[in-house]
Design a protein around this ligand. Structure first.
Ligand code: FES
Ligand code: FES
Length: 217
């Protein structure tokens, strides 16, 4: 017999005779099964919550391991002891105080945290620092040579490609990565390949002009 919701309904509807429980009011078979189901579901939920909580407690409070990571930040070697859950962004900002790299969304949607990792642009909020052992990281602080700005920084100034400046370190790192990749030839392609970097001030046209300026040099 195929047991489905319809046959369950018909069984329950045809068995409405009262169950006689000594010392209690008469209970229908349906009411009895409903009460048993509620009690059983409650007990199962309590058990599953207890067993679900245990591994979390163990993970966060009992295993306090760290990993050793060596990073070349702007060509200077640094070695850190880090919680393996720390992102590259937090390692840069909170441990090494390279606060030029900004935290916007912290989930890969705004591009404010863009840095160059081994020459390629990445969202540092999406990368665990522990996976970057021996990597070369370039942040906005590492672009200029003394007083001499990077050509992309000069172009951003020349074309007034920022207002509040919060997105600018990420925009500049991303723009340098884009020029190096060499895929963007038209305005549309530049816009498309820079679309991971959000500017809440809307300086997009000026950013485009700055990138084209550097491409034409
Ligand atoms: S902070 Fe990393 S993408 Fe927004
Ligand atoms: S300059 Fe303000 S967010 Fe881009």
């Amino acid at each position: 017999m195929i047991y489905d919701r319809e046959s369950e309904k018909s069984i329950l509807e045809n068995q409405e005779e009262p169950l006689q429980v000594p010392g209690k009011n008469a209970t229908t078979r349906r009411e009895f099964f409903e009460q048993v189901s509620v009690i059983t579901a409650g007990a199962a939920l309590t058990t599953s919550l207890k067993s679900a909580r245990l591994p979390l407690d163990n993970r966060f409070y009992q295993e306090e391991g760290t990993v050793e990571v060596s990073l070349f930040i702007n060509e200077k070697k640094t070695t850190l002891e880090l919680d393996p859950r720390v992102t590259l962004l937090d390692a840069l900002r909170e441990k090494l105080h390279f606060t030029g790299t900004k935290k916007g969304c912290d989930r890969g949607q705004c591009g404010a945290c863009t840095v160059l990792l081994n020459g390629k642009r990445v969202n540092s909020c999406l990368i665990l620092a522990g996976l970057c052992d021996d990597a070369h990281v370039t942040t906005i602080e590492g672009l200029s040579k003394g007083e001499e700005l990077h050509p992309m920084q000069t172009a951003f100034l020349k074309h007034d490609a920022f207002q509040c400046g919060y997105c600018t370190p990420g925009q500049i790192c991303s723009a340098i990565g884009l020029v190096k990749e060499g895929h963007a030839k038209t305005d549309e392609e530049i816009r498309e390949l820079m679309s991971g970097n959000i500017c809440r001030c809307g300086a997009y046209q000026n950013i485009l002009e700055a990138i084209k300026d550097v491409q034409q040099r």
